[in-house]
Design a binder for this molecule. Structure first.
Ligand SMILES: Nc1ncnc2c1ncn2[C@@H]1O[C@H](COP(=O)(O)OP(=O)(O)O)[C@@H](O)[C@H]1O
Ligand SMILES: [Mg+2]
Length: 254
């Protein structure tokens, strides 16, 4: 396992936000933390990143217990829920931010920023400011900024929440494709089961601070292990999605 959460507990002012959370994610997987609002998804992501500390339990990344490692030393890229782009910085400067913090040379920063602008198909837009971009473009910049320092793990909190429904689907497949191409282990938070079912390799279902079930989309839909999962997941939607992907398969069995 590349990321392991072992018996994590976390309280905020007496409120239990994580209850005995355990799961593992393999290297290269795209995992989804899926659950209703307030079920503790962001709390889990922030603890993996080192932005919050668990009360007890172990967080293991690549075989090392990182509980006491500061966020800056965990090798993690984080895409926040609202992108949190720096408004007074250009696109290029936003992407360069983490590299500047690392005190990389000017030449190195320039080359890396150009490479990332190319990757997100925004090669000509480096001089723009965030307010001159669409929601989808802002998301791409936030993604590039998180990737710039070459993290080993990418965390994304509700990456599609602020995107128009119209382009959300397109961005989902774009993000999945990018993550696959970069080959980075990634965890994203969502309350939207369709999002999780469509792009995740592994789905971790959260409810009231606990993990209800972790498994592939097939396992979650076809073998729900708790009443909550059975009620939360709309199996009809899953069957419809499967039917569509069968008809779109490049090698249909006729
Ligand atoms: N810093 C905090 N202080 C107090 N309560 C918090 C804090 N962060 C989260 N919580 C509470 O923990 C619960 C889980 O929050 P969160 O992890 O953000 O859920 P989700 O991301 O699934 O919506 C919520 O009830 C929230 O109010
Ligand atoms: Mg959240």
């Amino acid at each position: 396992m590349y990321v392991e959460m072992k018996h994590i507990y976390k309280t905020f002012d007496g409120f239990q936000a994580s209850k005995d959370v355990s799961f593992g994610i393999k290297k290269g997987q795209l995992a989804a933390l899926l659950g209703p609002s307030g079920s503790g998804k962001t709390t889990i992501l922030r603890m993996i990143a080192g932005l919050d500390m668990p009360d007890s339990g172990d967080i293991i990344i690549d075989g090392t217990r990182v509980n006491n490692l500061p966020a800056s030393r965990r090798g993690i890229g984080f895409v926040f829920q609202n992108y949190a782009l720096f408004r007074y910085m250009t696109v290029a400067d936003n992407i360069a931010f983490g590299l500047q913090v690392q005190k990389k040379s000017k030449g190195e920063i320039k080359a890396r920023v150009e490479e990332l602008l190319e990757l997100i198909s925004m090669a000509d837009l480096g001089k723009r400011y965030p307010h001159q971009l669409s929601g989808g473009q802002k998301q791409r910049v936030a993604f590039a900024r998180a990737l710039a320092p070459n993290p080993q793990l990418l965390l994304l909190d509700e990456p599609f929440a602020a995107i128009d429904a119209r382009v959300r689907q397109e961005l989902r497949s774009w993000l999945k494709d990018m993550i696959g191409r970069v080959g980075i282990t990634s965890i994203f938070v969502t309350h939207d089961q369709e999002e999780a079912l469509e792009i995740a390799d592994l789905i971790i279902v959260t409810n009231h601070g606990a993990v209800e079930q972790a498994g592939s989309p097939e396992e979650i839909c076809e073998k729900p292990q708790t009443d909550f999962v059975r009620e939360f997941i709309d199996v009809k939607r899953w069957e419809a999605m499967k039917a569509v992907s069968l008809t779109q398969s490049p090698h249909p069995r006729s």
